[in-house]
Design a protein around this ligand. Structure first.
Ligand code: HEM
Length: 484
């Protein structure tokens, strides 16, 4: 999307909503004496969207929030992406928003994301179906499933990928390959092959369409994404049909997410192919992009903090020394990586790859003396809390040691929420932690590296490094040739 098209789009969508907002605001306040959170609506038509985008396209997006919090307090009104939005940088309010999912608020994604995910994806489901499918997803990615089934595949696929690395790689690309292969294996039991690689390429096009204008005429990226989405759906439908055939002809049932969805069917769910495909598409998106970004950023932060990298290496060299060189990591090994868990927490806190979650108020909601009117957008900023010096000492520096004492925070559990909270809390949280830990283990025990070029972290449209983090690698003295 070029900037002219983008501005035009914003102009069209914002002008109408701003007009409605101004009318609504004055009539709501006078008619019902509601007290909206303070704030500014920014430029006519565009609101504060361009400020937000330019802040998030830089390495330092926090002033966007800092300025408003110091002027208005931690709950303020702004106008972004065509809608008036109540923005919360307050941990208690965030918790209130997340916990009241389905009661006072409901999730609300931009049109481009909802269209590309498909209407039957977990991220868009509501009510009792959401509850049932959220717990089905949890049951497929919980600690005992990871320990008994997934751990071995995670270890094997990470090692296989690292084995094929050349002496210069784009880390973000390699990490994406790893997490895609892992997710496809968990969902459908496919090992990496040409089919999975071509599926991945289509997938990347789908994800690129997430942050564009959801109008094919305006945006060629969106057009390409829609085409790629139907190719992905077609490929996955074939898999679903083949599974149905295997199951009816031979009574076979694989122990993967697709198998669990088919069982749900037997249990009264009766899902159509389209429903199953949408569900799989969304899980692939949720698990693949997020975890690969966190892998890349962990390496970037560690590279920039040599003392932490040295301590991490020591922890993993000790684990390796207890094992045969080619022996897979087990759950007990994962559980004996205390410093790694500090690195994982700190990476999640500083990276904020999901900087916050959008919701919509389904009725007038009173919070901290203000009223959020029915129908309004709400943004619970997870980043604002993670980056707040009142909650985390010297909050804006990467300091994994903070997690060794006092759980890293000044007090409560509400402060550290990289996986959200409430009924929509990320069902892949533990899985992401395990994948990152196993990846770090094999990386630091096999390689040392230096950045190949300077690379910048940016936060819009998604959190990423501009150049996909190119690094130059050197193998350490660990035999790696006989990996199965
Ligand atoms: C570092 C990696 C990850 C981060 C930071 C992350 C973060 C999040 C957050 C903040 C949410 C809440 C969204 C909301 O409330 O609207 C979420 C939801 C979700 N995540 Fe993750 N996630 C990660 C990895 C994964 C993985 C590996 C999976 C694969 C199973 C996954 C699957 C999901 C799904 C399906 C949802 C939607 C849940 C629902 O709406 O009920 N995520 N994630």
């Amino acid at each position: 999307m070029d900037s002219i098209t983008f501005s035009l789009y914003l102009l069209l969508s914002s002008s109408l909503s701003l007009l409605i907002f101004v009318l609504l605001r004055s009539s709501i306040i006078t008619r019902r004496h509601l007290r909206l959170p303070p704030g500014t609506l920014g430029l006519p038509f565009l609101g504060e969207t361009l400020h937000l985008i330019s802040a998030y396209k830089s390495e330092n997006p926090d002033p966007f929030i800092d300025d408003r919090v110091s002027q208005f307090g931690p709950i303020f009104t702004t106008h972004v992406f065509g809608e008036p939005t109540v923005f919360s940088a307050d941990p208690e309010t965030n918790r209130f928003i997340l916990q009241n999912e389905g009661k006072l608020f409901e999730s609300s994604y931009p049109g481009s994301i909802s269209n590309l995910l498909g209407r039957h994806s977990l991220l868009l489901m509501k009510g009792s179906l959401h509850k049932r499918m959220h717990s089905l997803t949890m049951s497929f990615a919980n600690s005992s499933i990871i320990r008994d089934h997934l751990m071995l595949d995670i270890d094997r696929l990470v090692r296989l990928n690292l084995e094929s690395w050349t002496d210069r790689v784009l880390l973000m690309e390699e990490a994406k390959k790893i997490t895609f292969e892992l997710t496809v294996k968990q969902l459908m039991s496919f090992d990496p092959c040409e089919w999975t690689e071509s599926l991945r390429k289509e997938y990347m096009l789908v994800i690129e369409g997430f942050f564009t204008i959801p109008l094919p005429l305006f945006s060629s990226t969106y057009r390409r994404a829609i085409q790629a989405r139907s190719k992905v759906a077609e490929a996955l439908s074939l898999v679903v049909r083949e599974r149905r055939r295997e199951s009816s002809e031979r009574g076979e049932r694989k122990n993967d997410m697709l198998g669990a969805l088919m069982d749900e069917e037997g249990g009264g769910g009766g899902f159509s192919d389209e429903e199953i495909v949408d569900f799989l598409v969304a899980l692939l998106v949720a698990g693949y992009e997020t975890t690969s970004t966190i892998m890349t950023l962990a390496v970037k932060f560690l590279t920039e903090t040599p003392l932490a990298l040295a301590q991490l290496k020591e922890e993993h060299d000790e684990i390796r020394a207890r094992k045969d060189n080619l022996e897979a990591l087990e759950w007990n090994d994962y559980k004996s990586m205390p410093f790694t868990q500090c690195v994982v927490n700190e990476t999640l806190r500083v990276a904020n790859i999901i900087s916050g979650v959008f919701r919509r108020a389904i009725m007038d909601v009173d919070v901290k003396g203000y009223t959020i009117p029915k129908g309004w957008k709400v943004f619970a900023s997870l980043r604002a809390v993670h980056m707040d010096h009142d909650h985390f000492k010297d909050a804006r520096s990467f300091n994994p040691w903070r997690w060794q004492t006092n759980s890293g925070t000044t007090n409560s559990v509400n402060l550290f929420t990289p996986f959200g909270g409430g009924p929509r809390r990320c069902p892949g949280a533990e899985l992401a932690r395990v994948e990152l830990s196993v990846f770090l283990h094999h990386l630091v025990t096999r390689f040392s590296w230096v950045p190949a070029e300077e690379d910048k972290l940016v936060f819009f449209p998604t959190t990423r490094t501009q150049k996909r983090y190119p690094i130059i690698l050197q193998r350490r003295n660990v035999p790696t040739s006989c990996i199965e």
